[in-house]
Design a protein around this ligand. Structure first.
Ligand code: NAP
Length: 280
C-alpha cells in the first residue's frame, strides 16, 4: 500500500497542459493509493525553494520537463549511468533520507515504444539536439543503429550532441547537417522529430511529400497536436508513422515504477492518456 501522505509530481515551465497527472493519478488509484501526482509550474527563481521544500511537501518522486531536464543536476545526490551519459534527467526519486537520485526514462520510453511498434532503427535522421533528442540518440545507439544524422536549428548544439555520442557509440556513424536541405532521408529507415517544431499551428513542415519513401518510419515526439503536419504528410504518403504519445506512456510507466517500486497498470495509464489527449 502506497501511503496517502506520499506525493508525486512534475516540475517544468509551462506545464499547465501536461497529460502526466491524468495517467499517473489513474494508475495510483488503480494501485489502491490515495497519493496524488500534481503539477509544479516553476520559474527558474522558484527552483531552489522547490528543492528546499521537498520533504515538507512529502514528495517521494517527481518528473522534470522543459526547461529543467539539463539544469537540475546540481540538486542530485546520485544518478543512473544513463543520466550521466545522456546529460538529461526526467525522473527524480526521493529516498526516505531525502536523498535525490536522477533517472532518464525518456530514452527507455522511446525504446519501449519502438519495440511495441516493431521498428528496428538502423539508419536514422534526427531533428533536434535538445534534451529529448539526446535521450532518443542514446536509445537509437542502444538499439544498434549504424547511422544517425542530426539537424538542429542551433548547429553548435547538433555538433555537441554528435561529439558526445560518438564516444559512447563508436560503431555508429554520427554526423550533423547544418541545413534541413542537407538532411538526406532517401536512405534512412527512420525519421525522428525531437524538436518542438509541429507544436504550433503556423510551424512549417520540414519535408516535402516526394522525400518520403516506403521504407521510412516517421516518429514525431510531439503529441499535442496528435497529428502534426509531418505526421499528416506520412499518413497521406501511406507510410508507417507515430506521434509521441506512446513514448510519453512508457516513460511514465517506468517513472512510476521507480517512484513506487511496483509495476503500474499500463492499460489503465494508456486509457487515461488517450482520454486526456482527446480532450486537449
Ligand atoms: P529542447 O531542450 O528545447 O530542445 C529542442 C531543440 O530543438 C533545441 O535545440 C531547439 O533549438 C531545436 N529546434 C527548435 N526549432 C527547431 C527547428 N525548426 N528545426 C530544428 N531544430 C529546432 O526541448 P526538448 O525537451 O528536447 O523537447 C523537444 C520536443 O520533444 C518537445 O516538443 C517536447 O514536448 C517533446 N518531447 C516529447 C516526449 C514524449 O514523451 N513524447 C518527451 C520529451 C520531449 P532552440 O533552443 O534554438 O530553439
Amino acid at each position: 500500500m502506497i501511503s496517502p501522505k506520499k506525493a508525486y509530481g512534475l516540475i517544468g515551465f509551462p506545464v499547465k497542459h501536461s497529460l502526466s497527472p491524468c495517467m499517473h493519478n489513474a494508475a495510483l488509484r488503480a494501485m489502491g493509493s490515495k497519493a496524488k501526482y500534481s503539477l509544479f509550474e516553476l520559474t527558474p527563481q522558484q527552483i531552489p525553494d522547490f528543492f528546499r521544500n521537498i520533504k515538507k511537501n512529502k514528495l517521494c518522486g517527481f518528473n522534470v520537463t522543459i526547461p529543467y531536464k539539463e539544469k537540475v543536476f546540481a540538486y542530485l545526490n546520485s544518478m543512473s549511468s544513463a543520466v550521466r551519459q545522456i546529460g538529461a534527467v526526467n525522473t527524480i526519486v526521493v529516498d526516505p533520507r531525502g536523498r535525490l537520485k536522477g533517472f532518464n526514462t525518456d530514452y527507455q520510453g522511446f525504446m519501449q515504444h519502438l519495440k511495441v511498434l516493431k521498428v528496428k532503427p538502423r539508419k536514422a535522421a534526427l531533428i533536434g539536439a535538445g534534451g529529448a533528442a539526446k535521450a532518443v540518440c542514446f536509445a537509437l545507439g542502444k538499439m544498434k543503429a549504424s547511422e544517425i544524422c542530426v539537424y538542429d536549428i542551433d548547429k553548435y548544439r547538433a555538433l555537441s550532441l554528435v561529439s558526445k555520442f560518438k564516444d559512447i557509440f563508436p560503431d555508429c556513424r554520427l554526423s550533423a547537417v547544418f541545413s534541413i536541405e542537407h538532411m538526406d532521408i532517401a536512405h534512412k529507415d527512420i525519421l525522428v522529430n525531437a524538436s518542438p517544431i509541429g507544436m504550433r499551428q503556423d510551424d512549417p513542415c520540414l519535408f516535402k511529400p516526394n522525400q518520403l519513401h516506403e521504407g521510412l518510419f516517421v516518429y514525431d515526439l510531439v503529441y499535442n497536436p496528435l497529428q502534426t503536419k509531418l505526421l499528416a504528410l506520412a499518413k497521406n504518403a501511406q507510410i508507417r508513422h507515430s506521434n509521441g504519445l506512446g513514448m510519453l506512456l512508457y516513460q511514465g510507466v517506468l517513472s512510476l515504477k521507480y517512484f513506487t517500486g511496483r509495476l503500474p497498470p499500463v492499460e489503465v495509464m494508456q486509457k487515461a492518456l488517450k482520454k486526456g489527449a482527446r480532450e486537449l
